[in-house]
Design a protein around this ligand. Structure first.
Ligand SMILES: Nc1ncnc2c1ncn2[C@@H]1O[C@H](COP(=O)(O)OP(=O)(O)O)[C@@H](O)[C@H]1O
Ligand SMILES: O=P(O)(O)OC[C@H](O)CO
Length: 498
């Protein structure tokens, strides 16, 4: 008997496997971090094989740790860090280069050329995106340029391109599934979001052969079956692929137009459901696909922040001033209030609403009295200021008020972060008791596809109602003053270019 849905949440810093039972209860979780490579200024890479190994490892762990058996899994859903680009050999399955991570800037020059040649409107109209190294298109171009003979091999059909969803589905099915979903496709800068297909003019402009691209599918259907993974005695359907931010939107049940969620993971992503018609931003927010169910596309508006939880990771792995991310909460509380510093964590440029690839990080206001506590506090505050930059832009762009923000993601465990976010936005922050929206989103979509759950009304009943609300406490005067200081710090960072 089938008892579980298995969600694979492949994030920027770790891979996770989560088992949900029929009541929507999280039965077991396994998690594994993997290596981040920073080969040059602003570059971020992953080893796609290591990602695959980390996924195999958490899949094994989740069964070893629980009473569950692979034969009891009704379906698998895969949700993933988006845009990260893998190119591999169709025959051997070996990647021809490291995966270029969404945060990575190595294709900045290709983007600058496209902008100076006047292609901004061309891409915006077709893909809903701004021209930026963030998206997969110029990363593909960069790899094809960088590896000798790759262009010819791609043209001959010998190479496959995929975002991480495609890579994992391909691996799990031993090459039988070569597909992506519409949300991941909409982040490649190659996909026409109005026509619902790879855009031939863009492919021609970037000289990317269509033969290397996966088939694009909806968000709740059987893509194929597992084959290679020996822990599955029988073949288990892969019944959903979806980008992690869109999965979180679904996981929060943000199905109505105007509903917004924000996720605090490696980056931070504010996403608003905008309904059946795409809303094209005048303020450099991204128009993207929220989900496609029964052939019907729903669109979203997104503000993407490149550095959020990863600034905390940098305090741990780069500066070495903490051992665990959770320590930052206490440090922020211990920080001296008169040592007020501002930290612009633009390690790989700034995303929405600035889209500045060249800016790099800076800390302002250091004194002899500044200690690691103040730096940790400023790092957490920086996440919140960036969210305000995006949320204010979204309100102006859509003319829709956002009186409350539903949140999820690893960094939301930090109560200081949540309270400061409520204070600086002057908005209520709603944190579900178990902030596992991303995995729950993919699990629901996969479960519906195979009839594990009958329909959305059943799932709505199961949806957790418990939550913690953080209400703003800061005086409006202080909030305004602080935000002005932040804006000055961003301005100053953008002036300094090496
Ligand atoms: N208690 C905490 N305080 C602040 N940041 C945290 C805390 N716990 C985790 N993080 C940050 O959250 C991120 C992990 O969240 P997660 O949602 O798993 O990210 P991803 O999916 O991008 O890998 C890491 O960057 C980590 O530094
Ligand atoms: O890995 P996350 O959760 O920070 O998400 C990464 C985003 O999908 C990048 O667009």
């Amino acid at each position: 008997m089938k008892k579980y849905i298995l969600a694979i949440d492949q994030g920027t810093t770790s891979s996770r496997a989560i088992l949900f039972d029929k009541m929507g209860k999280k039965v077991e979780v396994a998690q594994k971090e993997f290596t981040q490579y920073f080969p040059e200024n602003g570059w971020v890479e992953h080893d796609a094989n290591e990602i695959w190994q980390s996924v195999q490892s958490v899949l094994a762990d989740v069964f070893i740790q629980s009473d569950a058996k692979p034969a009891e899994v009704a379906a698998i859903g895969i949700t993933n860090q988006r845009e990260t680009t893998v190119i591999w050999d169709r025959k051997t399955g070996l990647p021809i280069y490291h995966a270029l991570v969404w945060q990575s800037r190595q294709s900045a020059e290709i983007c600058e050329k496209l902008i100076s040649d006047g292609y901004e409107e061309f891409f915006h109209e077709k893909t809903g995106l701004v021209i930026d190294p963030y998206f997969s298109a110029t990363k593909i171009r960069w790899i094809l340029d960088c590896i000798e003979g790759a262009q010819e091999r791609a043209e001959a059909g010998e190479l496959c391109f995929g975002t991480i969803d495609t890579w994992l589905a391909w691996r799990l099915s031993a090459g039988e599934i070569f597909a992506t979903d519409v949300t991941n496709a909409s982040r490649t800068m190659l996909y026409n979001i109005s026509e619902g297909s790879w855009d031939k003019e863009i492919l021609e402009l970037l000289n990317i052969p269509e033969i290397m691209l996966p088939e694009v599918k909806g968000n709740s259907e059987i893509y194929g079956y597992t084959k290679s993974f020996h822990f599955f005695g029988e073949r288990v359907p892969v019944a959903n692929l979806i980008g992690d931010q869109q999965a979180a939107l679904v996981g929060h049940f943000a199905f109505d137009e105007g509903m917004v969620k924000n996720t605090y993971g490696t980056g931070s992503f504010l996403v608003m459901n905008t309904g059946e018609k795409p809303h094209f931003s005048e303020h450099k927010l991204l128009t993207t696909v929220a989900y496609q169910l029964s052939g019907k596309v729903t669109y979203a508006l997104e503000g993407s922040i490149f550095i959020a939880g990863s600034v905390v990771q940098w305090l741990r792995d780069g500066l070495g001033i903490i051992r665990k991310s959770s320590e930052t909460e206490q440090m922020a509380k211990l920080a001296q209030s008169h040592e007020d510093i501002y930290f612009v964590p633009a390690f790989t440029g700034l995303g929405a609403p600035y889209w500045d690839s060249e800016v790099r990080g800076a800390i302002f206001g250091l004194t002899r009295g500044t200690s690691k506590n103040e730096i940790a506090k400023a790092a957490l505050q920086a996440i919140c200021y960036q969210v305000k930059d995006v949320l204010d832009t979204m309100v102006v762009d859509t003319q829709i008020d956002i009186p409350r923000l539903v949140v999820d993601g690893g960094a939301t465990k930090n109560d200081y972060l949540m309270q400061f976010q409520a204070d600086i936005l002057q908005t209520s922050i709603i944190r579900p008791f178990d902030a596992e929206a991303t995995a729950w989103g993919t699990a629901m979509l996969a479960g519906l596809a195979v009839g594990f759950w009958e329909d959305w009304s059943v799932l709505r009943e199961l949806h957790q109602k418990e939550m913690i609300v953080f209400e703003p406490k800061m005086e409006a005067g202080e909030q305004e003053q602080r935000y002005q200081n932040w804006q000055k710090a961003v301005e100053a960072s953008r002036i300094f270019k090496v």
